[in-house]
Design a protein around this ligand. Structure first.
Ligand code: NAI
Length: 248
């Protein structure tokens, strides 16, 4: 029996990277996949094809997750196309790093809007559907810096801390309706973003990780399957760090 058979998952910002890995892993477990990204370009189309090849229903939707009105429309469309939304992953995210002394209002606003407001937009639109279904699993993609902070990333760390508190609050509000909400806090994950770092900086990072390697997107996807599925039916309001032990 596949862990997510017959469920519909909606994942934001999943044309590439961690979101795409989650979409593929969920599809392997039998879930139908609705995903969003700013545009469904070659990346998005390729993601659709790869998921389709796994024998589930899939559709990519172009939408800006930071836009409240667009999110309402896209969620209604997904609900119409798929009939249910059982799993929501708030994954879309950006960085606009800089030390606080030099951070501009635009850097702050953009990161809070895309990383944190987007999750409000999607949870607000999806909750009524999950309430009617009397069940669902919400996963916010946070970061270890949302737990521990990080110099040069005040905006990003604050947005990720917000995602954690948001998951805990939702968990308390709607637990009685069978809806769970948790956060994943990835550490140093090997993606396009981290591949751009110079070798010596990467080596320094890896030295601080007890498991002595960077994380793979699959490491995050495995934990997401656990949180999305009934395997975690008594787990809510938690933040799971997936960081090779980098922060304890
Ligand atoms: P990525 O940049 O490869 O993928 C993010 C996706 O979100 C892209 O496809 C992008 O087009 C999309 N996106 C950006 N703004 C959007 C918007 N306004 N509306 C809809 N989609 C939008 O990033 P990656 O590495 O896959 O990260 C995914 C999530 O995991 C992010 O929330 C990130 O903060 C988080 N994360 C990543 C870590 C890493 O080491 N890569 C570590 C900790 C957390």
């Amino acid at each position: 029996m596949k862990l997510l058979e017959g469920k519909t998952a909606l994942i934001t910002g999943a044309a590439r990277g961690i979101g795409k890995a989650l979409a593929l892993r969920f599809a392997q477990e039998g879930a139908n996949i609705a995903f969003t990204d700013l545009a469904i370009d070659e990346n998005g189309k390729a993601t659709e094809k790869e998921i389709e090849a796994l024998g589930v229903k899939v559709k990519g939707y172009a939408s800006n997750a930071a836009d409240f009105a667009q999110t309402k429309e896209v969620v209604a469309e997904v609900h119409k196309d798929f009939g249910s939304i059982d799993i929501l992953v708030n994954n879309a995210g950006i960085t606009k790093d800089g030390l606080m002394m030099r951070m501009t209002e635009a850097q702050w606003d953009a990161v809070i809007a895309v990383n944190l407001k987007s999750a409000f937009n999607f949870i607000n639109a999806v909750l009524p559907i999950m309430m009617r279904q009397r069940g669902g699993s919400i996963i916010n993609m946070a970061s270890v810096v949302g737990v521990h902070g990080n110099a040069g990333q005040a905006n990003y760390a604050a947005s990720k801390a917000g995602l954690i508190a948001l998951a805990k609050s939702i968990a308390q509000e709607v637990g009685s309706r069978g809806i769970r909400a948790n956060a994943i806090a990835p550490g140093f994950i090997e993606t396009a973003m981290t591949a751009a770092l110079p070798d010596d900086i990467r080596a320094e990072w890896v030295k601080k990780i007890p498991l002595r390697r960077g994380g793979q997107v699959g490491d995050i996807a495995d934990v997401a399957v656990f949180l999305a599925s009934d395997m975690s039916s008594y787990v809510t309001g938690q933040v799971i760090q997936v960081d090779g032990g980098m922060n304890m």
